[in-house]
Design a protein around this ligand. Structure first.
Ligand code: ATP
Length: 905
């Protein structure tokens, strides 16, 4: 059966549905049970047990296991068992980390899942696309990604881009009538829409004919399934770094083993020590911890209403130098109220606020009834006719709820204040055609037919644009040819309203003669008669001003990009502190004339782009990027997608954004609010800093471990650490404390630093030096403590080894607090990060356990330490952190207060 050949009735019959009511709840549930969710089957997942075993496939771990088995064969059972247990625990930890990372990523994917507008049980609702079943009535409109296969029952100027299926990138016009033909290719099935394709224009309603694997997309799903896991630039760099670190660790290990054997140590013992050292020194946990830090940070962002769609953008966020933000709804509240009306030189003030019907029209300090003023009535009622919003009277609420665009909502409310509703108007006239609003034309029109058969066009839109389409104007209640003096007056009114930060909407009309056909918007929107203006306030979001100031402090410039009038935009930009005194405002028309190079040279001083079309946004992004900026760009419509895609951080609106914009974006604001961008940038900076913190911690610790052994060989000392101790240190200190650093709180200066350079290396800003210096000192104090202990009791090697072991652990656990700050350990309250405190306490507890529980002493080759020993351990282990921190504080004091927080030490 071909769905495209069937009549509408036949489609309803086959799917057991009804185009006017949709499925009933019961029918839906039955279908869902039968067909399952509307999802493409995912590619094969790695089973958990394979993930577990993959923890042990690391070359060095295998070598360690082999060496351990060998030692068991040579009779060292206890050592061998302990080592194997530690390796297994390590593997389990790695496995848990990996599962957690995977789960967090899956949760993120779920969050950005698309929704669909469907009719069920007679009411329209928005549901998750996976809940759609065959028979559901679904509405698609411009910007939607089609969520299932469907057959149209009605379409309005509908175009769908089907390149995902057909390879044809030109959108196809859709219709609803049945088509005859055998085995038509998908591209010719013009009354069907297919899962995964994109609606570029218009809207349509249809019945779902296939879901999940039963869609056309499902048939080719295996071709497009690619397990795409994007690695962030830092992850890629760390991957390369990991390889280098393996080589360095192996080289040093070979050196240690070589030196040990040369010094006369037992070669077999040296090899086991060497292999343990290599296992400990290679930071195999790093990638998992990075993923966890990213994923946890991303979840924190979600709590602050920013949904990250592409993980790499978390890093880029911290590098952002410019935010290009839409005005309406992002910087402002998008809660519009008409406060002024203007027509033919007359101004009315409108009282009342919000979506309440109460309000009066005041002219020259006197109340005016709209029904007594023909022009006023026409201005109000035409704005209601040319309008797709709906005011819903919800029980228990003292004001209406708006369904639709707030600009249109404001016009409905101003009409309502004069008792005008769309229902009452539709008793007199019918709307027979519509040319929907688009932000390039900046207007919308309807064609209206009166009961007596007269037809006329009603247009509303951006006043300056609409004025150019008008040949006539209503002046002194007369329709007159528009003259310069009229145009001047209208422009004056637009400026006056704009200066008060009001968004203005113009209303115009055109009578249609006889059978004149209007086949496109261009024909309808010409030779119009200008009626007047409605000016509405759209207050700035209260929190935005502060967010903009925070961004300025953080070295990030905010640019307003809006379709609104330059004067209105500038007034709001001034209120929000976006536009400085000498800052420039550029209009879309001027922007079109500028060459790219001109824009590049001017861009630095432009703060507001007004009356722009979505296409301009791309030009702006390119110019800013050419100037070396890392650009965040917001958008919501289909046409915004190219700019969102090319920006370093593409940001889509969660509420008002289309699927197309969301899919092109790397960040979605679930509340459409500018302040959320600021919060996301702060989190982005913090996540990166946290990753730096544990890289610093892990690598300094590992450096310390290797150097202890190397120093011992160089000084012809006995082995300061035994293999099992090295592995224990690796397990305990690399695990929990490192993870706790990954969720550390931001430093207080995180939003007063300049943005990070996007090409910055892992070890920049002094990190490499910090790792080497701290690592060196950790190694030095450990060998120092060992040496002192041996000096005092030359025949107590086990005691000296226990002291070395404890000093190494304690030095690392103190150093972990130092890693929390780019400046010094003294700059932060150590109890702020409770996870870290708990992680450190549990590590200390584990140290005491292996030292004081008698059965574990022979396993870990430890003896209980005395108070004197402990004083030595603690005194020595505090040195690496506090000596350098003290030095840093001394240096800071000497410098003026504006000193860079990134000074090297
Ligand atoms: P932003 O500041 O986010 O760019 P905007 O609403 O000003 O938002 P657009 O949506 O592109 O930008 O609108 C451009 C202009 O078109 C508006 O300034 C307004 O004059 C006009 N306009 C907006 N909505 C409608 C509508 N529903 N019908 C007619 N004209 C509209």
């Amino acid at each position: 059966m071909n769905w495209y050949e069937l009549s509408h009735e036949e489609v309803e019959k086959q799917t057991n549905s009804n185009i006017n009511r949709g499925l009933t709840k019961e029918a839906y549930e039955k279908r869902l049970q039968q067909d399952g969710y509307n999802q493409l089957r995912e590619g094969k997942k790695t089973p958990a047990f394979l993930m577990f075993f993959s923890q042990f496939k690391d070359f060095m771990v295998l070598v360690l296991l082999a060496a351990t088995v060998l030692s068991a064969m040579l009779g060292e059972f206890l050592d061998a068992t302990a080592i194997i247990i530690i390796v297994i625990i390590n593997g389990v930890l790695g496995f848990i980390q990996e599962i957690k990372a995977e789960k967090s990523l899956a949760a993120l994917r779920e969050l950005s899942a698309p929704t669909a507008n469907i009719l069920r049980d007679g009411s329209w609702q928005s549901v998750s696309a996976k809940d759609i079943v065959v028979g559901d009535v679904i509405k698609v409109s411009s910007g939607d990604r089609v969520s299932a296969d469907l057959r149209f029952f009605s379409t309005k100027g509908l175009y769908i881009e089907e390149s995902a299926l057909t390879g044809e990138s030109v959108p196809v016009q859709k219709m609803s009538a049945a088509i005859n033909g055998k085995d038509l290719p998908l591209g010719d099935q013009e009354n069907m829409a297919f899962m995964g394709t994109m609606v570029t224009q218009g809207s349509g309603i249809g019945i779902v004919t296939g879901t999940g694997m039963n869609t056309e997309m499902g048939k080719i799903a295996h071709l497009i399934q690619s397990a795409e896991t994007l690695l962030t630039p830092l992850q890629l760099r760390l991957e390369q770094l990991g390889k280098i670190l393996i080589i360095i660790s192996l080289a040093l290990t070979v050196l240690v083993v070589g030196a040990g054997v040369y010094e006369g140590h037992d070669p077999y013992k040296m090899i086991l020590s060497g292999v343990s050292l290599a296992v400990a020194a290679i930071p195999e946990g790093l990638p998992a911890i990075v993923t966890i830090a990213l994923a946890l940070g991303v979840q924190k962002m979600i709590r602050r209403r920013a949904i990250v769609r592409k993980l790499p953008s978390v890093e880029t966020l911290g590098c952002t130098t410019v935010i290009c933000s839409d005005k309406t709804g992002t910087l402002t509240q998008n809660k519009m109220t008409v406060t002024h009306l203007w027509s033919g030189g007359n101004t009315w003030h409108v009282t009342g606020s919000g979506y309440k019907a109460e309000g009066e029209f005041i002219k020259d300090n006197k109340e005016v009834k709209a029904e007594n003023d023909q022009t006023l009535y026409q201005l109000l009622s035409y704005a209601v006719l040319c309008n797709n919003a709906e005011l819903i009277d919800e029980k228990g609420k003292d004001e209406y709820t708006l369904n639709g665009d707030p600009t249109e909502g404001a016009l409905l409310v101003s009409g309502l204040k004069a008792g005008i509703t769309k229902e009452s108007l539709l008793k007199e006239v019918d709307i027979i055609d519509e040319f929907p609003f688009d932000s390039t034309r900046k207007m919308m029109s309807v064609v209206v037919k009166t009961k007596t058969g007269e037809k006329f066009v009603v247009t509303k839109g951006a006043p300056d644009v609409l004025l150019n389409k008008c040949d006539f104007i209503l002046w002194d209640k007369q329709r007159q040819l528009i003259k310069n003096k009229h145009t001047e007056k209208v422009k004056e009114a637009i400026t006056t309203l704009g200066n008060q930060a009001l968004r203005t909407m113009a209303i115009a009309y055109k009578p249609i003669k006889g059978t004149q056909e209007l086949s496109n918007a261009g024909q309808a929107e010409s030779r119009l008669t200008f009626i007047g203006l409605q000016g509405m306030i759209d207050p700035p979001r209260p929190e935005v001003r502060e967010s903009i100031r925070d961004c300025q402090k953080a070295g990030i410039k905010t640019i307003m990009i809006t379709g609104d009038h330059a004067i209105t935009a500038s007034a709001i930009a001034r209120q929000l502190n976006i536009l400085p005194h000498n800052g420039e405002v550029v209009e879309g028309s001027a922007l079109s004339k500028m060459t790219e190079d001109e824009l590049v040279s001017k861009a630095e001083n432009i703060y507001v782009y007004a009356r722009v079309s979505p296409e301009h946004k791309l030009k702006i992004v390119k110019a800013l990027q050419k100037r070396g900026h890392v650009v965040a760009m917001t958008g919501d419509g289909v046409n915004d997608a190219p700019a969102i895609k090319s920006a370093n951080i593409g940001i889509a609106m969660g509420n008002t954004g289309t699927d197309v914009a969301k899919e092109a974006s790397s960040l979605v604001l679930s509340d459409d609010n500018f302040s959320t961008i600021r919060a996301a940038i702060e989190e982005g900076r913090n996540i990166y800093e946290n990753i730096r913190k544990f890289i610093r911690y892990l690598l300094a610790s590992n450096t310390g471990e290797i150097l202890v052994m190397l120093f011992a060989m160089m000084l012809s000392l006995p082995l300061p650490l035994l293999p099992i101790q090295i592995l224990w240190v690796n397990l305990v200190t690399d695990g929990l404390p490192a993870m706790a650093l990954g969720v550390d709180q931001a430093e207080d200066d995180v939003m007063t630093r300049k943005p990070r350079k996007s090409d910055e290396g892992v070890f920049s800003r002094g990190l490499g030096w910090k790792i080497i210096s701290r690592g060196f000192l950790i190694g030095l104090v450990t060998i120092g403590a060992f040496w002192i202990a041996l000096k005092q009791n030359p025949d107590q090697l086990v005691q000296a080894q226990t002291i070395a072991f404890s000093t190494l652990v304690m030095a690392q656990l103190i150093h972990v607090f130092d890693c929390r700050s780019e400046r010094s350990v003294l700059h932060r309250n150590p109890f702020e990060n409770i996870y870290l405190v708990l992680a450190v306490l549990s590590s200390i507890l584990l140290l005491l356990v292996v030292m004081y529980i008698p059965v574990l002493q022979p396993v870990f080759h430890t003896v209980p330490l005395t108070l004197r020993d402990w004083l030595l351990v603690i005194g020595m282990s505090a040195i690496p952190t506090f000596s350098l921190s003290g030095f840093q504080v001394f240096k800071d004091k000497k410098k003026s207060w504006g000193a860079s927080p990134y000074s090297k030490i």
